[in-house]
Design a protein around this ligand. Sequence first.
Ligand code: NI
Ligand code: MN
Length: 223
Amino acid sequence: MTSLKFFGHSCFMLSNTETSLLFDPYLSDNPFHISSAEDIDCNYILVSHGHHDHLGDAVSIAKRTGAQVISTAEVARLCGEQGCKHHAMHLGGKHAFPFGQVRITLAFHGSGVPGGHACGFVVNFYGSNIYFAGDTGLFGDMALLGRLEKIDYALLPIGDNYTMGPQDAAEAAGMLKPRFVVPMHYNTWPLIAQSPEDFRHDVETRFSIPVKIIQPGETLILE
Ligand code: NI
Ligand code: MN
């Protein structure tokens, strides 16, 4: 059984009985206050870029648990300098981890660190392909990502202002053609307030792709 817990914003835990992957561990300062960083246990931490609402508590969690940080070279190095186990990758690169393959994808967004680049991830987790888009604008090569790997779950930002809004994220879903879509990066602050129900209706009517809305604190069991 594979589960996906949502901590609000873009923070998720993907896990089964063997392995836990934490994405963009924004916990201490996360307005949803689902969990404190001290209560998190995981094996890997995937960081999409260096902005505070994504890098978050990565360093403290990695140092306490021994979890390995997986990110682009600049962010991975930043974590390594602070004493974290880390694995540096970069855009377009793939690597086989014990749980499965990770591909680092493009994300059109600031990196938050000098010389870096924001990214997304396609993670093959024991056979399920999860695309975590990170913070990004819409780009046409998302269609290519959907061809390279058959995506089971696409986690897409819908907040607008800093990232894709709901209309652009619906277009992204149409290009990626995943089995399911999960919206993220919305309702954290008034500036990115969105209706995930309206987004779901749009994606389901236009593309017949089911949208799973996970409330902060809730866990989705993956099909
Ligand atoms: Ni950002
Ligand atoms: Mn962000």
